[in-house]
Ligand binder design. Structure first.
Ligand code: AMP
Length: 193
């Protein structure tokens, strides 16, 4: 059975970590736009050079760049069984771009998983990650800016998907195992599996 999912939530909610486990469990690739950008930056590709200044400032990379990258990624054979998008779409224009890509192949989304976590937990989590992973966009100023970008540009998407009956909100506070357990239980219920 194909499973096409999006995971959405503020920076530091644990999306990337949970996406990896969900991907293993459901045998679908987790596609993280942030990770693809970071890899391209590390490899010094043209795409990485284009994305760098936006990422380091905590701003969204322009839609035309991001949409084209996702469209290309969704043309790979490994999405035959479905996918889990982590960090995309991130604004309304990207929702429309994704709708178009899916419509072209006659596909549709099964669920949008929102990982919710209070703002006051986010900064501490991200500063900790900065120590471990050394991400250049995990400094306190940039973190605060990314939280604002999330509230202004990305949070409204949650309502769009809610209206479509696709939204599943899961409490993201707890240990990795607790949250994963919650996600898998609620997701199976939501998908009627
Ligand atoms: P993330 O790893 O999801 O926290 O993303 C890190 C950074 O990559 C973001 O702050 C943006 O600069 C960029 N990025 C990731 N996904 C997108 C997207 N869908 N649209 C625009 N920029 C993105």
């Amino acid at each position: 059975m194909k499973t096409r999912l999006i995971i959405v939530g503020p920076p530091g909610a644990g999306k990337g970590t949970q996406a990896t486990y969900i991907s293993d469990e459901l045998q679908i690739p987790a596609i993280s736009t942030g990770a693809i950008f970071r890899q391209n930056m590390a490899d010094g590709t043209e795409l990485g050079q284009k994305a760098k200044e936006y990422m380091e400032a905590g701003n969204l990379v322009p839609d035309e760049i991001t949409d084209a990258m996702v469209k290309e990624r969704l043309s790979h054979d490994d999405v035959a069984n479905g996918f889990l998008l982590d960090g995309y779409p991130r604004n309304r224009a990207q929702v429309a771009a994704l709708d178009e890509v899916l419509a072209e192949s006659g596909d549709s989304l099964d669920a949008v998983l929102e990982l919710s976590i209070p703002d006051d937990l986010i900064v501490g989590r991200l500063l900790k990650r900065a120590e471990i992973e050394g991400r250049s966009d995990d400094t306190e100023d940039v973190i605060r800016h990314r939280i604002n970008v999330y509230h202004q540009e990305t949070a409204p998407l949650v309502d769009v998907y809610k209206e479509r009956g696709l939204l599943l909100t899961v409490d993201g506070v707890g240990t990795i195992e607790e949250v994963l357990d919650r996600i898998l239980t609620q997701l199976n219920e939501f998908l009627g599996r």
